[in-house]
Write a protein that binds this ligand. Structure first.
Ligand SMILES: Cc1cc2nc3c(=O)[nH]c(=O)nc-3n(C[C@H](O)[C@H](O)[C@H](O)COP(=O)(O)O)c2cc1C
Length: 450
């Protein structure tokens, strides 16, 4: 079979992920593997990607092999997907699959994202696998990889592949600006509200939503449109920032981020949905924050979203946004879309109101599985790599994020004792029947005192 491998790692041949593909190529010599280092070469491909397109069009199977980057794929790979659409590449009849390495932090959203984009490109799909960075170095990892590949070939030969047609494009009307600033009210300036947007001049719907949010807000609002920012490039994955806390690129992004974005009292993100996320410049913005480590530094900060596009049809994007809010510990004031244009002005006004409330009063920020699960992965990773991730390690120590359960010695002892008691003859007779009453005791005491 002709297998084209879209190597999404900006590290090109030095990619850890790619080593698994090279391993497969070595042990399955009858198949013809072509490796396309699309992320590393993205600047050149923006000018000419004819050769890559030809290889893709000739392939039977296309494997997206990439590292998970900030809930999804590296910005350069998203950029390459944009190029495929720009060049109207037709990959119908081919089978796509994927292989990733990561810390398994939101690998699920990355995989779903590539699955969705494979269908958009006309391909059929076979589920891929998500590996840990060192899996290939042990026999179980090697076996899993081989089993995956054997089944992939079986699926392609027998036509046992999936195809979920993308939603029909719902061309809802363009949102037009409908709100006005009350002339008698001068905008307040004692809070710094930032709209971090990503759109081009022809994306009028989102531009008008941004205009209306500025009208609706009683505070003056500044805007940074990241599409206009001249990034030297997407995150290269060099990891130098882990020890130096600064990026190898000299394009002043760190200054922009620290001096103009991170310090805002509230942030509204504004973008148009594209390829199941946003334009690759916003993804570049996401990835380039890697220099900042794995520290939730914006706890309680109010945020909101203005989104143009069919958000209701994008459950994976919804999960990415929900998870990002959770992991950052920010307070979500609202998500407004232009799907139902009639109600959009009211929703924008409500978003501005919610944001004002959160800026002036304490609000409840609660954590769910997205935070708890994600932070456990971060906690263990930072602890293991404390020698390298020194800033993260310091922060986790100071803020109690190293909440390993084995530290809770008293609690563990209490449950051991309880287990012994319950399993004794005395306990079976006297404690077991009243267990739920005992569990309620502290709550009853609290309610009595309240
Ligand atoms: C900018 C950046 C973002 C990352 N984001 C994630 C992430 O969201 N989830 C995760 O599990 N790992 C994440 N990682 C870790 C990489 O996925 C992991 O190191 C991967 O194995 C690198 O593969 P490569 O050598 O093929 O590039 C990130 C790494 C970088 C540099």
């Amino acid at each position: 079979m002709n297998i084209a491998v879209i190597n999404g790692s900006p590290k090109g041949n030095n990619s850890i992920t790619l080593q698994s593909i090279l391993y497969l190529a070595k042990i399955y010599p009858t198949h013809n593997f072509s490796i396309l280092n699309v992320s590393q070469k993205i600047k050149a491909l923006e000018k000419n990607c004819a050769e890559e397109i030809e290889i893709l069009e000739y392939a039977d199977i296309i494997i997206f092999a990439y590292p998970v980057y900030t809930f999804l794929v590296p910005s350069q790979l998203l950029n390459f997907i944009e190029l495929l659409h720009e060049h109207k590449v037709n990959l119908a009849g081919k089978t796509a699959t994927q292989f990733t390495t990561s810390m398994k932090f939101y690998d699920v959203t990355a995989h779903k994202f590539i699955e969705e984009n494979s269908y958009d490109l006309g391909m059929r799909y076979v589920d891929g696998i998500s590996a840990g960075m060192e899996d290939l170095l042990n026999p179980t990892g090697q076996e899993t990889l081989k089993l995956f590949f054997d089944k992939l070939i079986f699926d392609v030969v027998t036509g046992n592949t999936k195809y979920i047609p993308p939603y029909e494009k719902n061309n809802h009307p363009v949102y037009t600006s409908q709100l006005k600033t009350d002339q008698n009210n001068i905008k307040l300036t004692d809070r710094d509200i930032l709209i971090l947007s990503d759109y081009s001049p022809d994306e009028t719907s989102i531009a008008n939503m941004v205009i209306d949010f500025k009208h609706a807000s009683k505070y003056s609002v500044r805007e940074i449109n990241i599409r206009n920012y001249k990034f030297s490039g997407g995150c290269s994955g060099c990891l130098k920032c882990m020890s130096t806390a600064s990026c190898i690129y000299k394009d002043n992004f760190e200054e922009l981020f620290q001096d103009s974005i991170e310090m805002a009292d509230a942030i509204i993100y504004a973008f148009t949905i594209k390829n199941h996320y946003a334009h690759s410049s916003l993804k570049c913005y996401d990835d380039r924050q890697f220099f900042n480590g794995h520290r939730p530094l914006n706890k309680g900060k109010p945020v909101g979203y203005l989104i143009s596009g069919n958000y209701r049809q994008e459950p994976n994007l919804q999960m990415v946004i929900d998870a990002r809010i959770q992991i950052s510990g920010t307070y979500i004031s609202g998500i407004v879309t232009d799907e139902l244009v009639q109600s959009t002005p009211t929703s924008i006004t409500n978003l501005a109101l919610s944001l004002e409330y959160a800026l002036n009063y304490k609000v409840a920020v609660s954590s769910n599985f997205y935070y708890q699960g994600g932070m456990k992965i971060f906690r263990d990773m930072v602890y293991l790599m404390q020698g390298l991730m020194t800033e993260d390690d310091k922060f986790y120590k100071q803020t109690g994020l190293y909440d390993f359960p084995q530290k809770q010695k008293l609690k563990i002892f209490k449950f051991k004792l309880l287990g012994k008691l319950i399993n004794s003859k005395f306990g079976q007779k006297n404690i077991q029947p009243k267990l739920t009453n005992y569990m309620l005791k502290p709550y009853e005491n609290l309610l009595k005192k309240s």
